[in-house]
Design a protein around this ligand. Structure first.
Ligand code: MN
Length: 253
């Protein structure tokens, strides 16, 4: 079994080390992660400069580090760095939730999605709250899900993509797990305008909006009930239901 692990918080993030340690003994593990925090970079690829790869030392010994985005890491790994295609791509464990609309902006989900786009089953893991509290408990949940997913890989080798959000609790491994759909968030908070020391206006992107569609069956609901949320994702953004409507409005004579 070959597993590729990436993240978006950067190679020094505690969530990455915890996930790698939790997967020890599963087979050959390659870690390819961004040099710095690349949260919120979505599926961006670096196209206008080359990428450097170095091998980390210390606690991150053996991790391959890329001065790029999470998608760059998985892309470079799958198309040139690794000798063989992995059986599974894992991403995380992220510092904070990736639920509802977050999944469109998330580098954590994007790293897993890059594997999925290359035909490799993939799982993105996030902790519900920022700050790394109970990260070891979250890593135990991740390991258990990986164990069960590996059995699923043997039965269903085709690519699939799972998005997992884990409450920050010491008993996370004992929490119920539910298969969920994505909820929706309200539009994010307004930008925060400040004046820099040169007297120029600068803008900070505001925090994500609160949950808007968070009813039963959603990822938001599951996590609010103290459950581990597992959402199967797909990539097709087509609004299938609207195809006839737009044909009528814009094409038909
Ligand atoms: Mn992140």
């Amino acid at each position: 079994m070959r597993i590729l692990i990436a993240n978006d918080d950067g190679y020094l993030a505690p969530g990455l080390t915890a996930l790698v340690r939790a997967c020890e003994g599963l087979g050959d593990i390659d870690v390819v992660a961004p040099e710095s925090n690349a949260s919120g970079t979505s599926n961006a690829l670096t196209l206008h400069r080359p990428l450097n790869v170095f091998t980390a030392g210390g606690e991150q010994r053996g991790f391959r580090v890329v001065n790029g985005t999470p998608s760059d890491c998985v892309h470079v790994a799958l198309t040139g760095l690794l000798e063989r295609k992995p059986d599974l791509v894992l991403s995380g464990i992220n510092n904070g939730a990736n639920m509802g609309d977050d999944t469109l902006y998330s580098g954590t989900v994007a790293a897993a999605m890059e594997g999925y786009l290359f035909g490799v089953p993939a799982i993105a893991f996030s902790q519900a709250e920022k700050g790394w509290a109970e990260i070891e408990a979250a890593a135990r949940v991740a390991r258990d899900i990986v164990d069960r997913a590996l059995a699923a890989v043997r039965e269903r080798p085709g690519p699939w993509l799972l998005n997992v959000n884990i409450p920050n609790r010491p008993d996370a491994a004992a929490l119920p797990r539910v298969i969920t759909r994505l909820g929706r968030r309200h539009a994010s908070e307004p930008v925060i305008r400040q004046i820099n020391p040169r007297g120029e206006a600068i803008y900070w992107i505001g925090p994500a909006g609160s949950a808007r569609e968070a009813g039963e069956g959603t990822d938001f609901f599951a996590v609010s009930q103290g459950r581990v949320s597992i959402t199967p994702l797909q990539v097709d953004l087509t609004d299938h239901a609207a195809l006839p409507l737009w044909h009528q409005a814009l094409v038909a004579s």
